[in-house]
Design a protein around this ligand. Structure first.
Ligand SMILES: CC(C)(COP(=O)(O)OP(=O)(O)OC[C@H]1O[C@@H](n2cnc3c(N)ncnc32)[C@H](O)[C@@H]1OP(=O)(O)O)[C@@H](O)C(=O)NCCC(=O)NCCS
Length: 147
């Protein structure tokens, strides 16, 4: 798992998260911000997993926090631990940067994955994503401050 630049992620984001629709947006205006971290994992030289973390205030915590967006594993390799691996790499890097909390608007269909990887659901935060109209719920992960 490695740090990557945003443009390398757009094709995977579109395919996995936007039904491969060329008309849909797959970029966040903060993608190129110096505080944004993108992570990717490769199989035989092809990007198969990606996750983006944006420095953004948490809905529940006042300390430094990062928002996870565009978590995606290529359909052909889902269930093989790629997302868990990229998450572990990202968490280690974000802890090092002093993050106190991670948060995300998670697709309800992926909540099982997030709970298994240490996130908790914010009760009462269920909503429809304005971008996709899919059911989402806010999830958070508290990170111990670096000593
Ligand atoms: C959700 C997603 C990123 C998980 O990626 P993945 O590489 O398949 O995940 P992993 O293989 O690391 O799975 C880790 C664990 O979570 C479980 N898991 C994965 N996806 C799950 C899901 N949708 N629901 C419940 N459990 C899930 C796995 O079974 C595995 O459990 P185990 O440790 O007991 O074997 C992937 O399924 C995906 O891209 N889905 C479509 C896009 C999406 O919904 N992204 C999230 C947007 S918020």
């Amino acid at each position: 798992m490695a740090r990557v630049d945003a443009p390398a992620l757009y094709e995977l984001r579109r395919r996995v998260l936007r039904g491969n629709d060329p008309a849909k947006s797959v970029a966040d205006p903060r993608d190129a911000a110096p505080t944004t971290l993108h992570f990717g994992g490769y199989l035989d030289g092809v990007l198969v997993v990606s996750a983006t973390f944006l420095l953004a205030p948490s809905p529940t915590h006042e300390g430094p926090a990062y928002q996870l967006r565009y978590m995606a594993t290529d359909v052909a390799v889902q269930g093989r631990g790629y997302a868990s691996a990229v998450m572990a790499t990202a968490i280690a890097a974000l802890r090092e940067r002093g993050a106190h909390q991670l948060w995300a608007n998670a697709r309800d269909s992926a909540l099982g994955f997030y709970v298994k990887t240490g996130w908790r659901v914010l009760e009462g935060s269920e909503h429809l994503s304005p971008e996709t109209q899919l059911p989402h719920t806010v999830i958070v992960m508290d990170l111990a401050p670096t000593p």
